[in-house]
Write a protein that binds this ligand. Structure first.
Ligand code: 7TS
Length: 416
């Protein structure tokens, strides 16, 4: 069993050409920044090349065979994404550039049409700026109030006052997984109580869809946003899932070509879903390559990906804890099962940027800074953290390399 898992792991690593490259110092590349963006398997890179070499044309308009092929590939990628998150209907998947654009689409379209003075939006203290700034702007524009579910030091949301917080709330917008702390939100509880209070729920799934099975129908979420580049796909493509009835009732976000059915000088009838929300020429090649990424992840199995990340995270937590006597502080839930493969830490007084620079000299790539969660960092009293994040291609050797690099940093800063 263990051997079979190891063989699968080796084969996965070999699928990612960049992982075989050395750094300019001749070190093995140890990529521990997948929460920022994942690496791409050969199948995804090849899908881009294949599309441009064989099928490239604009979609939804050409009568010639080549354009029909491009359209088919583009729409079949949408169907793959719909199956991946178990949407009831392919038309409930809207292509966007990324999670950020998907959230802005909901804010500008649904939000401006549905919120006003006296209404409230409920989010959490854990959010990435992408799931905070749009709601600040929406609140300012509509006169709605913005409220926050508090989080403790492990990134666990405090739900004791949830029902009070939900009074008058029309929208609950929260991250499935915190990109800074790695904690996982109890969506089952929050979605049920939000719906009971009459609110619509948007989930920022940027850190969950790539790393665990996500079923929008089982979760019963109303909107869900994710980015292709964090799930083995290219940059510049992401998606919004929305329940059909909500999307049908929403006005368009961007307007122009492709999102129309009929236009006169005076007026316009909008296209059907999902195209009503896809104005202008879409990111065709990257959508198709995201379809290839979804195929790749589905072949491996999202249950395997989640189980693998729990294994690596448990191993990393144990190794990092052994370092605590030398001033290492590790943040987030203590048990790997309760969290995602995202571990923030600090070593003594070393600034996280300096720490990340030393790790880089050993080929270890981690992110350092505020992770686009400035209010959370301020609340926690962390000027910055270093963050290691794992994906399906990371191994125990990668964790060992991180620990070895931390040893070096401890020596450089004389912490030993
Ligand atoms: N929401 C969460 C929870 C995220 O982690 C990110 C990106 C986003 C939204 C925005 O995604 P985008 O694709 O629209 O940019 N998170 C990170 C990170 O943790 N480090 O770099 C980007």
């Amino acid at each position: 069993m263990i051997e079979a898992t190891d063989r699968k792991q080796e084969a996965i690593v070999a699928d990612f050409p960049i992982l075989a490259k050395l750094t300019s110092r001749g070190k093995r590349l140890v990529y521990l920044d997948s929460a920022a963006s994942s690496q791409k398997p050969r199948a995804v890179i090849q899908a881009l090349v294949d599309y441009y070499e064989n099928d490239n044309a604009n979609i939804h308009r050409g009568v010639y065979e080549l354009a029909a092929r491009a359209t088919d590939a583009f729409e079949s990628a949408r169907a793959k994404v719909a199956r991946f998150v178990n949407a009831a209907d392919t038309a409930e998947i809207i292509w966007t550039r990324n999670t950020t654009e998907a959230i802005n689409l909901v804010s500008f379209s649904w939000g401006l049409a549905n919120l006003g003075p006296g209404d409230a939006i409920l989010t959490t203290q854990l959010e990435h700026h992408s799931n905070l700034v749009p709601w600040q702007l929406l609140a300012a524009k509509t006169g709605a109030e913005l409220r926050f579910i508090p989080a403790d030091r492990d990134g666990v949301l405090a739900l004791e006052h949830l029902d009070d917080l939900l009074a008058g709330v029309k929208l609950v917008a929260l991250a499935h997984i915190s990109n800074t702390i790695g904690s996982i939100a109890p969506l089952d509880v929050i979605v049920a109580r939000a719906h009971a209070a009459g609110a619509v729920v948007l989930v920022d799934a940027a850190q969950s869809v790539p790393h665990m099975p996500v079923d929008v129908q089982a979760l019963d979420v109303d909107f869900l946003a994710a980015s292709g580049h964090k799930m083995c796909g290219p940059t510049g493509i992401g998606f919004l899932y929305g329940k059909r009835a909500l999307l049908e009732a929403m006005p368009p976000f961007l307007t122009g070509g492709d999102m129309i059915k009929r236009v006169s000088y005076e007026t316009t009838t909008y296209n059907e879903l999902p195209w009503k929300f896809e104005a202008g020429t879409s990111n065709i090649a990257d959508a198709i390559a995201l379809g290839a990424a979804v195929d790749y992840l589905s072949d491996i199995g999202m249950d395997w990906v989640r189980a693998h990340e729990i294994r690596i995270t448990a191993y990393a937590l144990a190794q990092l804890r052994a370092f605590e006597s030398r001033g290492l502080a590790v943040y987030g839930p203590p048990r790997a099962e309760d969290r995602a493969g995202v571990i923030s830490f600090n070593l003594g007084d070393i600034h996280a940027h300096d720490l990340a620079s030393i790790l880089d000299t050993e080929g270890v790539c981690v992110r350092a800074g505020h992770h686009c969660t400035m209010p959370l960092m301020e609340k926690m009293g962390w000027p910055a953290t270093a963050r290691a994040s794992f994906y399906l291609y990371n191994t125990e050797e990668d964790v060992d390399a991180l620990i070895h690099a931390l040893e070096k940093a401890a020596q450089v800063f004389r912490l030993t």
